[in-house]
Design a protein around this ligand. Sequence first.
Ligand code: KIV
Ligand code: ZN
Length: 525
Amino acid sequence: MSTQAVEPHNDANRVKIFDTTLRDGEQSPGITLNTREKLEIAHQLRRLGVDIIEAGFPITSPGDFEAVRAISQEVPDVVIAALARANEKDVTIAGEAVRESAQGRIHTFIATSDIHLEYKLRMTRDRVLEAAANAVRLARTIVDDVEFSCEDATRSDPAYVAEVVGAAIAEGATTINLPDTVGYTMPNEFQRFLLEIYERCPELRNVTLSLHCHNDLGLAVANSLAGIEVGARQIEGCVNGIGERAGNASVEEIAMILRTRAADLGGLWCGIETTEITRASRLVSRLTGYAIQPNKAIVGRNAFAHEAGIHQHGVLSNPLTYEIMDAQSVGLAHNEIVLGKHSGRHALDHALQELGYELDRDELNAAFARFKDIADLKGRLSGVDLEALVNDELRVESGSSFLLDSLSVATRTDAAPEATVVVADPDGAHHTGSGTGDGPVNALMHAIDDAIGSSGVLLEYQVSAVTGGTDALGEARVVCEIGGRSYAGQGVSTDVLEATAVAYLRAIDASRRAGHGERVMAGGV
Ligand code: KIV
Ligand code: ZN
């Protein structure tokens, strides 16, 4: 353990955390969040203390535009960024989407590597330079806070990157981001690259240097750390490390490294409220349908578990034998909240406030009705159960989701399972369907397909308990192929088949959202 004293926090050493869970994270295969889900995550990101929320890529679809606008309106005290390719239309629409934020940022980007220029953009270096300068100039007429990114920077010619960066700064960019877009670089190499850009473009020292590292070789966090050691002061990442392909740097890992190794990092620090990490992680996992691997650093369910007897013995004698962080620092403390079936609306409201939720009257009424249904069946609900229930309730976007009205599933050892469902469509009309299958889940999916005319193929299916015990709430996650693409869904209920049906309906909703509006890849200009 380090014996060095932790340097006091000063502004020059503050590392801003730019969270892109709602943009790069949402680009993960199968994830399509609706506006309410994005808002819920954005509120939690604010509680987590991130400095910037990249709320979306508004040009890609009307849904994305709407979500960025809603977050700009509703989430105070944090910078809200919108992504835009380096062209007039993208930048204008991004500006429109963040207009109502008190701290709106336009984040515009263009690739600088020859391979992207030749095969994706089909543009010369001169034209890319011009597009970058024009985009930043236009963005600065809309907002004061403009970030510019050289996509695929680490595979680009450093002399050219420095030239483009210089032009962007001259036009008023306030943050320059040098992404490792394909997760290719290594820590020492990345440091040398960044130092060369600083040398070739000294003006870079007058703005914030940001890093955006992908995890294709498992180096996203290591590379981000290497970068802040040579001067970068913004790290881009996602909760649970989700994102394109192998994902982005994991925000919780960065925050806990900065905290745990503070004495050895020359005073580098960030403003993350680490006790909110577990809640943020669970929420993102739940709403995206992306499970967290059990051994994931910081937020995996085994991250603080000790299996071997010799470890347990050591930890009981002195936690420092095997623990470098304590579970409470990431918000894993057992919370004592327990409500029972006789608890009233006031008690629920109070418990939810303690958990950090502020619900309006309608939301509280909906949560209370759901709480009563579950408490009648289950008896007692813990804080973690309440969190699951409220997350599940708040995400429902009435008027644009399929809702399960009722289901019945019959299974016998000597006959094929049969299922019947009633599903309400987004306009409120009810549809009944029935089906059989080689198992109850298969029968249930066939019944839903029969009711609403969908057709999904189950690619992945997981059922788990929200808390321990046989009376736990069940959580189902599905990944389904619908119309040639994969979509994730998740549901919570006391009945795992009901949770499964809800998860499947959410995957269907996600496929419908993705089908609405033009969805463009984060790529060409
Ligand atoms: O990976 C990347 O380069 C990006 C940019 C759009 C910043 O996501
Ligand atoms: Zn990215």
